[in-house]
Design a protein around this ligand. Structure first.
Ligand code: 13P
Ligand code: SF4
Length: 330
C-alpha cells in the first residue's frame, strides 16, 4: 500500500487485477462489507449500472438518511458525500475520488458567505445543497432544485431571504415565486456553458423536440425550455410526455437513465458553446470510475470527513429540508 501516494492523489492508485470482473467484485465487496452505493444521475453509465440507488441530489440525501448499511459509497461529488456524512456521522462515507469537487460549491467560499449573511441579519438563509458543510452551517434551510420552489413558497410572503450560491437557480426561483430574494453570485461551470444559439440550431433539426433545461442554466437558455426542472423532474417529464424527441440541457449523464426509462424516445444532448464536443460533461463527476469505485470499497479509502462542530450546525438546515420535503411528498 502506497498510502502517501494515495494521499497526494486523493484516490487509491492501485492497479486492478488483470481480467478481474470489476462489477462482480464490487457487488461482492458491497455484500461482504454491508456497503451501499449511491450514484448521481451525472455519473458515468457503468457506475449508474452498478449503483444500488441512482437519483438526484435530494434522493441521495434521503437514501443516505435511511440506509441501514455500515458503509455508504457516494458516487457523486464531495458535497454529496459531506451531506451523507453529516446525516450519518456513525457510518463510514467513502467517495471514489476526493478531487470530485463542484465549481458551484467553490463559487461560495464559507468566509465570504458568512460576511454576506452578517450584513443581512434580518434575512432567512436558503442554500442550495451544492455548498460546503461550512456554508450549510450558517444556513437556515437547505434546498435542492427539486424542492427549492416549494420550500420558498412555504415561507411567509414578506420573509426576507438570502439565496445562495447559484444565481441562475435563484433568478429562476424568483421568477416562479414572485419573490425578490437576495442572490449570491455563484454559478456552475457546466450549466453556464449551454448557449441559446446552439439549442436553436438543434431545434431547427428537431422542430418537434421538447427542450428540457436544468435551472442552473442561464435565464436566456431557460426561456427556450418546455420544461425547467431538476434532473429527477426532467426525467419524470420525459417519461410522461408523448413527444418523441428531447433536447436535454443538463449534464449528459442523465441521458443514460432517460434512455433506459424511455427506450423508444430520442434524447439529444445540448452541446456546450465554443466546443466541438456533442455533450456537456462535469469533469468533477466524471473523476469517479469503476476502478476507483472498486478500490475505494476494497481499501475503504478515501473517507469523507466533516468537522464535528460544523456538522452539528450543518445538520439542522439539512434536516429541515428533509422534513419539509416529506410533508410535501417530495
Ligand atoms: P439535481 O440532481 O438535484 O438536479 O442537481 C444537479 C447538480 O448539478 C448536482 O450537482
Ligand atoms: Fe457542480 Fe455543476 Fe458538476 Fe453539478 S454539474 S457537480 S453543479 S460543477
Amino acid at each position: 500500500m502506497e498510502k502517501e501516494g494515495w494521499l497526494r492523489k486523493g484516490y487509491v492508485d492501485e492497479p486492478v487485477e488483470k481480467g478481474a470482473d470489476l462489477k462482480n467484485e464490487i457487488r461482492r465487496l458491497c455484500k461482504e462489507k454491508n456497503a451501499v452505493i449511491l450514484g448521481h444521475f451525472y455519473q458515468a453509465d457503468e457506475i449508474q449500472e452498478i449503483a444500488d440507488f441512482v437519483g438526484d441530489s435530494l434522493a441521495l440525501a434521503q437514501w443516505a438518511a435511511k440506509t441501514n448499511a455500515d458503509i455508504i459509497v457516494m458516487c457523486g461529488v464531495h458535497f454529496m458525500g459531506e451531506t451523507a456524512k453529516i446525516l450519518c456521522p456513525e457510518k463510514k462515507v467513502l467517495i471514489p475520488d476526493l478531487n470530485a469537487g463542484c465549481s458551484l460549491a467553490d463559487s461560495c467560499p464559507a468566509d465570504k458567505f458568512v460576511e454576506f449573511v452578517k450584513e443581512h441579519p434580518d434575512h432567512t438563509v436558503i442554500s442550495y445543497v451544492n455548498t460546503s458543510a461550512a456554508v450549510k452551517a450558517v444556513t437556515d434551510i437547505v434546498v435542492t432544485s427539486t424542492n427549492a420552489k416549494q420550500i420558498v413558497d412555504s415561507l411567509p410572503a414578506d420573509e426576507k431571504i438570502i439565496f445562495g450560491p447559484d444565481r441562475n437557480l435563484g433568478n429562476y426561483i424568483n421568477s416562479v415565486t414572485g419573490r425578490d430574494m437576495l442572490l449570491w453570485n455563484g454559478a456552475c461551470h457546466v450549466h453556464e456553458k449551454f448557449s441559446v444559439e446552439r439549442i436553436i440550431e438543434l431545434k431547427r433539426q428537431y422542430p418537434d423536440a421538447a427542450v428540457l433545461v436544468h435551472p442552473e442554466c442561464k435565464s436566456a437558455v431557460a426561456r427556450l425550455a418546455d420544461k425547467v426542472a431538476s434532473t429527477a423532474g426532467l426525467l419524470k417529464y420525459a417519461v410522461a410526455s408523448d413527444k418523441k424527441d428531447f433536447i436535454v440541457a443538463t449534464e449528459s449523464g442523465i441521458l443514460f437513465e432517460m434512455r433506459r426509462k424511455c427506450p423508444d424516445k430520442n434524447f439529444i444532448p445540448a452541446p456546450p458553446e465554443d466546443s466541438t464536443c456533442a455533450c456537456n460533461e462535469c469533469n468533477f463527476m466524471r473523476l469517479n470510475t469503476l476502478e476507483k469505485l472498486y478500490n475505494t470499497l476494497k481499501y475503504e479509502w478515501p473517507e469523507v470527513q466533516v468537522d464535528e462542530n460544523i456538522a452539528k450546525d450543518a445538520i439542522k438546515p439539512i434536516r429541515r429540508m428533509l422534513e419539509i420535503s416529506e410533508k410535501l411528498g417530495l
